[in-house]
Design a protein around this ligand. Structure first.
Ligand SMILES: O=C(O)CCC(=O)C(=O)O
Ligand SMILES: [Fe+2]
Length: 397
C-alpha cells in the first residue's frame, strides 16, 4: 500500500511532501513510510499517570524553585496559558490560513540543513498522512523570521522560567532555545536528555501528548532501544513506545529508575528538569511551544557542559554574566575546574562559532538530546546521536 496523490487535498501536496521526505529520511525511499502499518496497529498500553500536577496560578516562583526546580522533580503546571492568545490563534484552521505560505522546519537532511515545508502543505499532510513515524514541525527560528515572528506574541514565558541566564549572551551567539512544535498522531521525540544541562518547559495548546520521563542516573543502554529493536525508525519516539516501554512497565524494571508518565492535555505546561530522560508521542494532532533555559537553579549543571561543549560561547557568556549578573559567578566558580582567569583568555579558544563541533553533547555524561544540543536542540543530529528535533541544530550557534 502506498500513499497516492489523491490522499491530499491540495494539488501540490504530494510532490512537496515527497520532496521533504526524500531529504529528511532518504533511507526510507525503498522501504516506504507506511510499511509497518502503525497507523492501524499502534496502540500504547493504558496510561499510568504518575506526574504531580500543580495549579500554576497558586504557586509562587520561590515555591516552584524549592519544590520542583531545585530538587529536579518533573511537574505539570496548569493554568499558565489561560490568557494566551495562542488558544484562539493556534487552531489548525487559523495557523494554516495565516501562515499558509510560510516555510516551517519539519526535518533535517544528512548535512544538518533544515528541511522545510509550507504550512499549507504540512497542514494537508498532517490531516491526511498514514505514516508510521510522520514528519514533525520543530522550528527554532519562527521568532526570528519576519513573517512568522508574530507567533511569539501569542504566548508569554511563564514567570517561573523568565530568568533565563542565556538571555545575557548575545542573541546571535546563544544556542537555539525556543521551538514551535506541530505534528500529527505518531509523531514525537525519541528518548533524550536536553542539551547542555538545560531544563525545559513545554506548553500544549492543542491535542494530547504522551510523555515518559526517566531519572537522570538511568544508564543510556537501559533507556534506549537495543540495536536489534531499532528497525527502520531508530531515532523516533514511536520505536521507543514499541520496544523499551514494555520493559519500563514490567516488574523487572529497576525501582531506582522508576518512570514518571502522563498524558499532557491542552493548557498544560510540562516542566522537564535538567538531566531527565524523556520521550514523547503525539496521540493526535498537536500544537505546542517549548523553551529550554538556564536558571540560577541549574547553572551548576549547565556551566560545566557549556565550557566543555561550547567553549567559545562559555567565554562570551561569562563576560556578559560578570557585567550583568555578577552574583551568579559564585555558582560558576563552585562548579568549575577551569581557573576563572583562563575564561578571559580569548587566545586559548580556537573553536569556530559556526561549527557544530563545539555543540556536541558531553559524551562522558548521559546527555544526548536531539532537540538536542541547544547547539542543536531538537531534531536528528549526529553529534547528539539521536532525537530531539533540532533542539539541537547548529544553525544558530
Ligand atoms: O513535544 C515534544 O515532542 C517533546 C519535545 C522535547 O522533548 C524537546 O524539545 O526537547
Ligand atoms: Fe526534550
Amino acid at each position: 500500500m502506498s500513499l497516492g496523490k489523491d490522499r491530499y487535498s491540495l494539488p501540490r501536496s504530494y510532490k512537496r511532501v515527497s520532496h521533504a521526505k526524500e531529504k529528511a529520511r532518504p533511507e526510507l525511499r525503498k522501504f516506504g513510510w507506511d510499511t509497518l502499518g502503525y497507523a492501524e496497529s499502534f496502540n500504547p498500553p493504558p496510561l499510568k499517570d504518575t506526574i504531580p500536577r500543580v495549579d500554576g496560578k497558586k504557586i509562587s516562583v520561590d515555591e516552584f524553585r524549592r519544590d520542583f526546580e531545585r530538587p529536579r522533580i518533573p511537574v505539570i503546571l496548569t493554568g499558565l496559558t489561560d490568557d494566551w492568545n495562542a488558544h484562539e490563534k493556534w487552531t489548525l484552521e487559523r495557523l494554516s490560513k495565516k501562515y499558509r505560505n510560510q516555510n516551517f522546519k519539519c526535518g533535517e537532511d544528512d548535512h544538518g540543513n533544515s528541511v522545510r515545508m509550507k504550512m499549507k502543505y504540512y497542514h494537508d499532510y498532517m490531516l491526511n498522512n498514514r505514516d508510521d513515524s510522520p514528519l514533525y514541525i520543530f522550528d527554532s527560528s519562527f521568532a526570528e523570521r519576519r513573517k512568522t515572528k508574530k507567533l511569539s506574541e501569542d504566548y508569554k514565558v511563564p514567570k517561573f522560567f523568565e530568568d533565563d541566564l542565556f538571555h545575557y549572551a548575545d542573541h546571535k551567539k546563544r544556542p537555539p532555545h525556543r521551538w514551535f512544535v506541530m505534528g500529527p498522531a505518531r509523531s514525537g521525540t525519541a528518548i533524550h536528555i536536553d542539551p547542555l544541562g538545560t531544563s525545559a518547559w513545554n506548553s500544549l495548546l492543542l491535542g494530547y501528548k504522551r510523555w515518559v520521563l526517566i531519572p537522570p542516573n538511568a544508564p543510556r543502554d537501559l533507556v534506549k532501544p537495543m540495536a536489534h529493536e531499532k528497525g527502520k525508525h531508530p531515532d523516533e519516539g514511536i520505536t521507543w513506545f514499541q520496544t523499551v516501554y514494555k520493559r519500563v512497565r514490567s516488574p523487572a524494571w529497576p525501582k531506582e529508575y522508576a518512570p514518571i508518565e502522563c498524558r499532557q492535555g491542552p493548557g498544560e505546561t510540562m516542566f522537564v528538569p535538567s538531566g531527565w530522560w524523556h520521550v514523547v508521542i503525539n496521540e493526535g494532532l498537536t500544537v505546542a511551544v517549548t523553551h529550554n533555559y538556564c536558571s540560577v537553579e541549574n547553572l551548576h549543571l549547565v556551566w560545566p557542559k557549556t565550557v566543555r561543549g561550547r567553549p567559545k560561547l562559555s567565554k562570551h557568556w561569562h563576560r556578559k554574566l560578570a557585567e550583568s549578573r555578577p552574583e551568579v559567578l559564585k555558582i560558576i566558580n563552585s562548579c568549575t575546574d577551569t581557573p576563572p582567569q583562563s575564561l578571559n583568555d580569548s587566545s586559548s579558544d580556537s573553536s569556530s562559532s559556526s561549527s557544530s563541533s563545539d555543540d556536541s553533547s558531553d559524551s562522558e555524561t548521559e546527555e544526548d538530546s536531539g532537540r538536542c544540543g541547544l547547539g542543536n536542540r531538537k531534531r536528528r543530529n549526529d553529534v547528539c546521536t539521536s532525537e530531539c528535533p533540532e533542539k539541537i541544530s547548529n544553525s544558530m550557534v
